[in-house]
Ligand binder design. Structure first.
Ligand SMILES: Nc1nc2c(ncn2[C@@H]2O[C@H](COP(=O)(O)OP(=O)(O)OP(=O)(O)O)[C@@H](O)[C@H]2O)c(=O)[nH]1
Ligand SMILES: [Mg+2]
Length: 356
């Protein structure tokens, strides 16, 4: 199962209670207070891990709790610290604070305004809920006037709350196209990724990232996402929610069926795709893009109509099925990735991602 958005409840551990105790030994009958402090509660920590590719572990465990701290003990012994709870999440996870209600439906409006973290590189950690401090034992309360204090303090409550975690796949380029345009076929040809290919629409149901290698050991990551259709912003097809997976792709690769093998017109397809991404997020349509005119092996393929209608964009003739035109694609992608226009994702550059 692939989960890319989930609401969870997280609870950090409570601090342990301070202890009330008195030293009492042979020859030291009134040894004074010796109650130790409580231990701190454990934190709930999110850790980005490149071996995790989605949020399904949280689907099975949507309530995440760290351990409470131990209570203080006699002989000034402090309680043990509560164990932290570390949750592994995929690289590219965004964390939002959700309103403190229990309803399960997640509406974008309700959490979007409260992003609290963005885990964009492997090993990055974020303390979601901090554990409470331990209470004070009675040793802290002795004074010249109060030599046998019975005061202590309770441990503090751990932080808690509802959060929405959302995966935004990190890649250098994203493939956008109608179902059956051949996006997955193309990804199989240019990388070692093995997304399923089939002759029915919506074969790909979740994003898959492939690594494309260039001469000179350079590489780029390409994300294959589900097919998009006209009206996706109204929820048609699989809707357009999964477009969030290309919001981190600096380059967009539009894959169209240049042969119109399903009775559609490639020019209209491209116009519709451009409109749908713009409706999802207007910044997407201003990113560098190129077009793959796929299925050029079919006799009805027509490159010129596309080139006439979109004269300023690179349009590459490709047959993903036969592996033709792939070298030209690699060349132009390498060029685009090197240009200053393109801001590479922090995970690729190895830089530090901003903490929101
Ligand atoms: N003739 C021809 N067929 C192709 C080409 N590329 C892909 N196909 C076929 O088109 C069909 C759909 O290919 P996919 O790669 O699954 O298409 P997709 O864009 O990933 O589709 P979704 O995952 O459903 O969005 C398959 O039957 C492929 O064999 C091509 O270059 N030429
Ligand atoms: Mg596919």
């Amino acid at each position: 199962m692939f989960v890319d958005q989930i609401k969870i409840f997280a609870q950090a551990g409570k601090g342990g209670r301070g202890c009330v105790s008195f030293r009492r030994e042979k020859f030291v009958p009134k040894g004074g207070p010796d109650g130790g402090d409580g231990g701190r509660g454990g934190d709930v920590i999110l850790r980005a891990d490149r071996h995790v590719d989605n949020l399904s572990n949280l689907f099975y465990e949507p309530i995440v709790k760290a351990k409470n701290g131990g209570h203080g003990m006699g002989k000034k012994m402090a309680g043990r610290a509560g164990a932290d709870k570390v949750v592994k999440v995929p690289v590219g996870t965004m964390v939002y604070r959700a309103n403190g209600t229990h309803e399960l439906d997640i509406t974008r409006e309700s959490y979007e305004s409260q992003p609290i973290a963005d885990l964009t590189h492997d090993g990055q950690e974020f303390v979601l809920c901090r554990g409470g401090a331990g209470g004070k034992g009675n040793v802290h309360f002795k004074s010249s006037r109060n030599r046998a204090p019975r005061q202590y303090t309770d441990g503090e409550e751990g932080e808690h709350g509802y959060f929405v975690l959302e995966l935004r796949t990190i890649a250098d380029a994203g493939l956008v196209g109608y179902p059956n345009a051949g996006k997955s076929t193309l990804l199989r040809k240019i990388s070692a990724a093995r997304p399923k290919v089939a002759a029915y629409p919506f074969t790909t149901l979740h994003p898959i990232v492939g690594v494309m290698e260039f001469p000179g050991y350079r590489r780029a990551t390409i994300a294959d996402i589900p097919g998009l259709i006209e009206g996706a912003h109204r929820g048609l097809g699989l809707g357009h929610e999964f477009l969030r997976h290309i919001t981190r792709c600096p380059i967009l690769i539009f894959v169209v069926d240049a042969a119109g093998s399903e009775g559609r017109n490639p020019v209209e397809d491209l116009q519709n795709l451009r409109r749908e991404i713009d409706l999802y997020d207007p910044t997407l349509s201003s990113r560098p893009w190129l077009v793959i005119a796929n299925k050029m092996d079919l006799p009805s393929a027509n490159l010129n109509v596309l080139r006439e209608r979109f004269p300023k964009v690179s349009i590459l003739p490709v047959s993903a099925a036969r592996g033709e035109g792939i070298d030209a694609l690699k060349e132009i992608l390498a060029e685009m990735l090197m240009s200053d226009q393109v801001i590479l994702s922090p995970a690729i550059k190895g830089g530090q991602a901003p903490n929101l």
